[in-house]
Design a protein around this ligand. Structure first.
Ligand code: LLP
Length: 462
């Protein structure tokens, strides 16, 4: 426990990474530093200047952190797994053209979960062989679209098997994998656990014989692999170690039925650091665990090494991004609490209100000031629960200060909304002192883009 005295000597500098910090263990992006004006810099850009240039709130994505995470996953899997391997990015964490293009240029493939994510990924120039479509209720249109484009489809349920078998042909079979629920429990938020038996995702393993029998009769569906994903923001390594063995057992069953699936996909799920209390394994440690567990299970059963895929989202992009807000109003409730409000909140980061997720913040223009005040950082939406950070330790702030929330790369932009008709913020990529707009800020006209006013509702001028 920190004493009050040590707490009050803390400053924004405490979150700066060291040279050896792993991307998913760093609160601030890897390039973060404090410049001579005592202001936070990311990717060589002064955060206050970025806000002046691009507006507020602003998502600031550090290219180097993102690329470093991609390379650490890719290179560790390549060097520790004896068979073929591929890292695919779970693009639900943040899907947009620039993110897909950067991740794709590091040689990663893509996990997508909707027609919209397939489309975004293809438009970013990713080749369909590197795209894997997930989802527990893909529509007939989504299945057809992904099939016609040549993506691999991860079949989740019976309906999808039937729908796809009607679309695919023996001459041009659909490349499919099966998602199964492994029955592995892990300690993470209930909403983001998926591997336990009572989950909406995937086939129950007891259904495997029936599924295999169906596939034997439907050559238009070519079974190329098996998949499982046990949850997200996981700090233990044991569940994924166990998962390797479970997947290899299923592989054996598939072989017994005469199939030759060449791919095992262990899903994603490695956690990242949102607060100094979070202690996830590093990308390298986690990837080694997965690689060794699958390799050993294959050796124990005398099987050839399948191609091994893992599909991280959060740990790949989460810490690469920060959100810069401008501090506005202040309300002091005597003897109870002080609120400071920022110009965004639950519409650009719905995670606190959805999962009670905890974040940390710094004041970008006061990086060395002692954090000697406890304030609740509130959003600007008409909802009491719209709190970005309860009881944050911060230096004295005033209206106009730039408050930076760390670790907002995963599931922030991708879950953002227009609640209260607030436009979604702009996003920039920063690299070596340059910033590049990757998502434009939504303006009032954007908010009306899909509104239609039937003639009978148009107010007549008097
Ligand atoms: N693969 C599958 C099949 C998944 O469902 C997911 C995440 C991933 C991979 C990537 O998991 P990651 O490496 O990001 O943990 N909106 C929630 C997280 C939902 C995760 C959904 N599936 C949040 O904001 O915490």
């Amino acid at each position: 426990m920190l004493t009050t005295e040590t707490q009050s000597s803390q400053t924004g500098r405490q979150y700066l990474p060291t040279e050896t910090t792993a991307p998913n263990q760093s609160l601030l992006p890897l390039t973060a530093q404090v410049n001579p004006y005592d202001r936070l810099e990311v990717g060589g850009c002064d955060v206050q200047d970025l806000v002046n240039q691009w507006g507020s709130p602003l998502y600031i994505l550090d290219e180097e952190t993102l690329r470093t995470a991609c390379r650490q996953y890719r290179d560790t899997l390549y060097s520790t797994y004896p068979g073929e391997s591929q890292v695919i990015y779970a693009s639900k964490a943040w899907s947009c053209l620039a993110v897909c293009a950067m991740v794709g240029s590091e040689g990663l493939g893509f996990d997508v979960v909707s027609g919209g994510e397939v489309y975004t990924t293809l438009q970013a120039g990713i080749s369909p062989e590197d795209i894997y479509l997930h989802g527990n209720n893909k529509s007939a249109e989504e299945l057809k679209y992904a099939y016609e484009q040549g993506c691999t489809i991860i079949i989740d349920n019976w309906l999808e098997l039937h729908l796809l078998s009607e679309v695919a042909t023996e001459n041009n079979p659909a490349q499919i994998m099966l998602r199964l629920t492994p029955g592995i429990e892990c300690h993470t938020h209930e909403y983001i656990r998926t591997g336990h038996i009572d989950s909406k995702f995937g086939f129950d393993p007891s259904q495997l014989p029936e599924v295999f029998t169906f596939l034997q009769k439907h050559p238009q569906l070519n079974l190329i692999g098996l998949h499982a994903h046990i949850g997200s923001q996981i700090f233990e390594r044991q569940p994924h170690q166990d998962l390797g063995g479970v997947l290899v057992n299923w592989l054996q069953t598939a072989l017994d039925y005469g199939f030759k699936p060449q791919i095992l996909n262990v899903g994603g799920g490695l956690g990242m650091r949102y607060t100094e209390q979070d202690d996830p394994p590093s990308i390298k440690e986690w990837t080694q665990t997965v690689a060794q567990s699958v390799a050993k299970a294959c050796e124990d059963q005398g099987l050839d090494y399948p191609k091994l895929i893992c599909e991280p989202g959060r740990s790949l992009i989460g810490t690469a991004c920060i959100t810069a807000y401008t501090v506005g109003s202040r309300k002091v409730v005597p003897d109870i609490r002080t609120y400071i409000a920022v110009d965004g909140g639950m519409s650009d980061n719905p995670r606190p209100i959805t999962y009670e997720s905890v974040y940390r913040a710094v004041i970008a223009n006061k990086m060395s000031a002692a954090a000697n005040e406890t304030v609740t950082v509130a959003g600007k939406h008409c909802e009491s629960g719209d709190v970005v950070i309860p009881d944050a330790r911060l230096p004295q702030t005033e209206a106009g200060d730039i408050l930076v929330v760390m670790g907002t790369g995963a599931y922030n932009y991708s879950m953002a909304s227009n609640y209260n008709r607030i436009g979604r913020p702009a996003a920039v990529v920063v690299n070596q002192g340059e910033s590049y707009l990757i998502i434009e800020r939504e303006n009032y006209q954007d908010l009306l883009r899909k509104d239609r006013l039937p003639d009978r509702l148009v107010r007549k001028s008097q």
